[in-house]
Design a protein around this ligand. Structure first.
Ligand SMILES: Cc1cc2nc3c(=O)[nH]c(=O)nc-3n(C[C@H](O)[C@H](O)[C@H](O)COP(=O)(O)OP(=O)(O)OC[C@H]3O[C@@H](n4cnc5c(N)ncnc54)[C@H](O)[C@@H]3O)c2cc1C
Length: 468
């Protein structure tokens, strides 16, 4: 039976998108940078349906692109136009399978949206700590497959830290039930780790058992300002020495980010103290009642680490501060094209790195605008550039490879990473080949061939092909 007819014989009409107009929004990535094409978008509702679908694709040699919220920032969740593919959209596989409050675990299917999961945890007086601006769309399967980070990594770690077990449909259609609820289990290779951050290239994640944390009783949010990144790093060190793990977020925002937010989202109330080069958003969590404004920050001012500090007086103001941070990617998108980097370095190296990197890119593109923000608390910067008004956008765009080389060469000098939390997708395949340790790269390819010998799982992402 032809492929599409076989799909139609198994799935209901509501689970299949076959005509061009219906498929369109699923075939383009969030940034609008990668336009793919697919034979069909399929919405399985159970792990058995996913398994059947994989076997069907394997028989017909049709590539499979797993897709969750489609918020990938590197083109991971849309097909490569030249490869006959289907999109397997997991959003209808979204049941909550189990909550175990004594074990502090939750087992959910992969299509559950992060925000839904966080709300559910709170309803049970627990915290699921992963938090990021895309949480209203991103789903558990996509978040696991990118090992997403977000704003609370400094205290709770990235997605990998919250996973005890996975259920995965392998590239041959077999279902691996690895939904362990154990915190200790030394019985050989920890296979779930292979699928975390694999960007859908090894199998389709259909469910996960996740750990929950105690729900803090209160939190403080501060908006600080400082003139140098070095002072921001020193402030972080100072706070860590004083309050250690109470710090649940330490985010920096350059003045250029704030300018963009004010320009595109004037309804966002950017605090008055933001005249300095950097704003810092700090969140502290507590297990006691609402504390008073913290004297810590007066010490920071007295030691000349920061210029001033604003304490969010209520939850509304806390949300207002966070909203500014969350609007930065949206403001960048509204501004138009930018050359983006999602990098991590040792925290201590960041000030020197930023100074050198900006100088080198400026030497290539005089007047280039640096848009820098991110999770300083875990050494992860979103280090982006937009064109000066004197330079045409297309000309600027054509300089992307040269700018990337400048940045990634420097990242490599500091033993940093060219992808801290967004993954590789289609965007950074060549860069990965260039900068990743060759032994590690060869091992990754060996694993890919072993688990997906016919290369049907998200081909053209993360790794090039089996032979290259
Ligand atoms: C405004 C905005 C803010 C963001 N902020 C952050 C941030 O702070 N931190 C961060 O880490 N990321 C951030 N991101 C990036 C993005 O949200 C994350 O990468 C997220 O984890 C992707 O989830 P998703 O459900 O959208 O996955 P998709 O985009 O649908 O998929 C991502 C990758 O996973 C694969 N995949 C999807 N589902 C499955 C599955 N069930 N099984 C196997 N493979 C699968 C896809 O093929 C693709 O390669 C942001 C994105 C946006 C748009």
């Amino acid at each position: 039976m032809p492929f599409i007819e076989e799909l139609q014989s198994y799935f209901s009409d509501s689970q299949l998108l076959l005509n061009d107009a219906d498929r369109k929004s699923f075939e383009v990535d969030w940034r609008g940078r990668y336009q793919g094409s697919s034979l069909a978008v399929v919405f399985p509702k159970s792990v058995v349906e996913v398994s059947w679908l994989v076997q069907c694709c394997r028989r017909h040699q049709i590539a499979i692109v797993p897709q969750s919220g489609n918020t990938s920032l590197c083109g991971g969740s849309v097909p490569i136009p030249t490869i006959p593919s289907i999109i397997v959209n997991l959003s209808k596989l979204n049941a909550i399978r189990k909550i175990d409050l004594d074990n502090n675990t939750l087992t959910v299917e992969s299509g559950v949206i992060l925000e839904t999961l966080s709300t559910l945890a709170r309803q049970h007086n627990r915290l699921f700590p992963l938090s990021m601006a895309s949480e209203g769309s991103a789903q558990i399967g996509g978040i696991i497959s990118t090992n997403a980070g977000g704003t609370a990594v400094i205290r709770y770690g990235n997605m990998r830290s919250h996973i005890l077990g996975l259920e995965v449909v392998l590239a041959n259609g077999e279902i691996w039930n690895g939904l362990s609820e154990l915190r200790k289990n030394n019985t050989g290779y920890d296979l779930k780790q292979l699928f975390i951050g694999a960007e859908g290239t090894l199998g389709i994640i259909t469910a996960a058992t996740l750990t929950l944390s105690p729900l803090p009783k209160s939190r403080e949010v501060y908006w600080l300002s400082t003139d140098t990144l070095k002072n921001a790093v020193n402030t972080l060190t100072f706070l860590k020495e004083r309050v250690g793990e109470q710090i649940s977020a330490f985010e920096i925002l350059s003045s250029e980010c704030l300018r963009l937010v004010k320009k595109h989202f004037p309804q966002q109330l950017v605090p008055e103290n933001s005249q300095h080069n950097w704003a810092i958003l700090v969140e502290l969590e507590h297990f006691n009642e609402q504390p008073e404004p913290n004297a810590l920050f007066i010490d920071c001012i007295e030691q000349d680490l920061i210029k001033d500090a604003i304490y969010a007086i209520n939850e509304q103001q806390q949300q207002q501060f966070w909203a500014i941070r969350e609007h930065i990617p949206l403001a960048e998108k509204s501004e138009g094209f930018s050359i983006k980097h999602d990098i991590s370095l040792p925290i201590s190296a960041l000030p020197e790195f930023v100074e050198k990197a900006v100088a080198r890119v400026n030497a290539l593109v005089p007047g280039v605008i640096n848009v820098c923000f991110g999770h300083l608390g875990d050494g992860n910067l979103h280090f982006n550039f937009t064109n000066p008004s004197s330079l045409d956008k297309e000309v600027f765009l054509s300089l992307t490879p040269s700018i990337n080389t400048l940045i990634y060469d420097l990242v490599a000098e500091y033993q940093g990473s060219l992808s801290a939390e967004h993954g590789i997708g289609q965007l950074k395949i060549k860069d990965l080949q260039k900068y990743k340790d060759p032994v590690e790269l060869a091992l990754m390819k060996t694993i890919k061939v072993a688990l997906d010998p016919t290369n049907i799982m998200n081909p053209g992402k993360l790794l090039t092909s089996h032979s290259s």
